[in-house]
Write a protein that binds this ligand. Structure first.
Ligand code: FBP
Length: 540
């Protein structure tokens, strides 16, 4: 892709680095952390001794320190998220600052690149071109898992033959679980390569007491919010359309909530609330139809409804249906054209009735193959269209007097590769620098964590938290396996509470808040998802 003016301008931006990470010499401060005993058993080498988190602090500069060149490999894993390139740029610039002969290798197309030995050495021209740019096209990504003994063995062989001091896995919950398994395998086999994770995913669900937010979330939410705001201005101008906007985010509704707080839509569904209240599809349709009727009585035939893409999986009866489909599909192999009819005979009567009731386009989408991690491909399920059809039918049944003219939208992929916000540029660069420092200090099986993100970048803190401390045991395909738990929207947290206490007002009085395009200079608002800290919201 040829650079354009904007790209050229952005490549000149030097990301801000926390003061701490700019220091020549750092001391490490470690702290013991408790690990779930079942997890301890699953990772005997990583948990051989006490499991420790590491934080950095300033140390006296020592002019006599002799530094050796570092050799690091990196891989992008899973879906795209803005800022991934800057993690790589951060690693590169850090290791070159330490020693000019240091080398960085990018494994191509995701984890498959590690076990098939496909890599490229990254040099100045590549690094400079991709600095502060969206996309994962520098080395590409993939959804493969390192699963079989053979794949682990090959991964070790390639890391050893490249004499890597470290491997940085830039990925989400599943990819970091995989990174932890790799760190364990390397230790078990006396391999010197450290494995360090970096938290990536626009979904915002890789979040816990150690990780404040995953990168890419901020850019995705601000990109979608710009578009939502534009739609809001259009709809208050024409006053004739209801816009149903489905927002990406596989399970958790963090993106929908963040966009709702930024733009104040007519209504936003939060999947976790629907799950908690066991709200059925029919109830959702009734609620929406009531809202539309009430607005009509106020002379309003327009609105903007946000629908998280994971909503479908949270609706009680659909959740049961999906679970049944997963079990049946795992046990049977049918020709694609026979799946629908065959599965109807094997479902429970309630689920079978629901599958038949859903528009065929939706039921076909529910029957699609699962991704390599077993997830339903919700990005391909057009829930917004389903809701429009069902609300339309309900309003007709009620002999609604107003006009219901609805337009569907899906904002998904366009948010994953935008030019990263200043927050994501700085955050990712710092994550990369910190990952390189963790490797230089020989930490393995840890996540690079940058903290205090509600403060200005110069005040951010850096740490490495053991991946084993983020793990839970789950049963998958009948086996107990370690997994990093996805963080769902906290219904008792300040963000949801704020939305909950304002939504009735927003529903009937059009407090739309078009935020405009992402600004790369001037005051920056970090994502609200770093909640609790620094979260202040102006009442309207
Ligand atoms: P990651 O968890 O790998 O970051 O991917 C998240 C995501 O963008 C989801 O929001 C979306 O449902 C899914 O990926 C789409 O997957 P694909 O890119 O395979 O179509």
């Amino acid at each position: 892709i040829q650079p354009n003016n904007f790209h050229s301008l952005r490549t000149k931006y030097q990301p801000e680095l926390p003061q701490l990470l700019q220091l020549e010499e750092l001391d490490t401060k470690t702290e013991t952390i408790q690990v779930n005993p079942q997890i301890r058993e699953m990772f005997p080498f990583l948990c051989k001794e006490e499991v420790k988190a590491v934080a950095f602090q300033a140390a006296n500069a020592n002019e006599n320190t002799i530094r050796a060149p570092l050799r690091i490999g990196c891989v992008l894993s899973g879906g795209q998220a803005a800022g991934g390139h800057n993690v790589i740029v951060g690693i590169y610039e850090q290791i070159k600052r330490r020693h000019p002969n240091s080398q960085l290798f990018g494994f191509l197309k995701g984890p498959i690149g590690i076990y098939s030995g496909k890599y490229e050495e990254l040099k100045d021209d590549t690094i400079n071109y991709f600095k502060n740019r969206g996309g994962f096209d520098m080395i590409q990504s993939g959804r493969h898992k390192i699963e079989t003994e053979e794949q682990f063995k090959k991964s070790l062989q390639y890391c050893q033959s490249l004499k890597l001091d470290g491997l940085v896995v830039i990925g989400g919950d599943d990819s970091n679980t995989n990174a932890c398994l790799l760190a364990e395998y390397f230790l078990k086999n006396n391999c010197q390569t450290s494995v360090v994770g970096c938290p990536k995913t626009i979904d915002g669900d890789l979040k816990n007491e150690f990780v404040e937010v995953s990168f890419g979330f901020d850019t995705a939410c601000k990109t979608y919010s710009e578009l939502i705001g534009n739609i809001m201005l259009d709809t208050v101008s024409s006053k004739k359309y209801y816009h149903f906007i489905r927002l990406m985010g596989r399970s958790a509704s963090h993106i929908a909530l963040e966009c709702a707080l930024l733009t104040r839509p007519t209504w936003a569904y939060i999947g976790e609330e629907v799950e908690k209240n066991k709200t059925s599809l029919t109830q959702i349709v009734t609620q929406l139809s009531d809202l539309i009727e009430k607005r009509y009585k106020q002379n309003k035939n327009h609105g903007v409804i946000l629908v998280p893409e994971g909503l479908i999986e949270f609706i009680d009866e659909v959740k049961i249906l999906i679970k049944e489909i997963n079990t049946i599909l795992a046990a049977n192999k049918w020709e694609p054209d026979q799946v629908f009819n065959n599965i109807l005979t094997k479902l429970t009567p309630e689920s079978s009735k629901l599958l038949e009731f859903l528009p065929r386009s939706i039921s076909d989408q529910l029957l699609l193959d699962r991704d390599p991690h077993g997830n339903v491909q919700v990005a391909k399920i057009e829930t917004e269209k389903l809701l429009i059809e069902m609300v339309k039918a309900e309003l007709e049944r009620r002999k609604y007097g107003g006009k219901f003219s609805a337009i569907s939208h899906y904002y998904g992929y366009e948010g994953r590769c935008a030019f990263p916000t200043k927050f994501d540029c700085d955050y990712c660069y710092s994550l990369g620098v910190n990952a390189a420092i963790l490797i230089e200090n020989k930490f393995t099986g840890v996540m690079s964590c940058i903290r205090d993100l509600h403060k200005s970048p110069s005040e951010w803190n850096a740490a490495g938290f053991p991946l084993v401390t983020m793990m839970d045991v789950e049963t998958r395909k009948g086996k107990s396996v370690p997994v990093i738990k996805k963080a769902l929207v906290d219904l008792d947290g300040p963000l949801f509470k704020f939305y909950q206490s304002n939504r009735e007002k927003w529903a009937f009085h059009d407090y739309y808040h078009p935020v405009g395009p992402i600004q790369f200079e001037g005051d920056q608002v970090p994502p609200f998802l770093i909640n609790g800290k620094g979260f202040e919201f102006e009442e309207v």
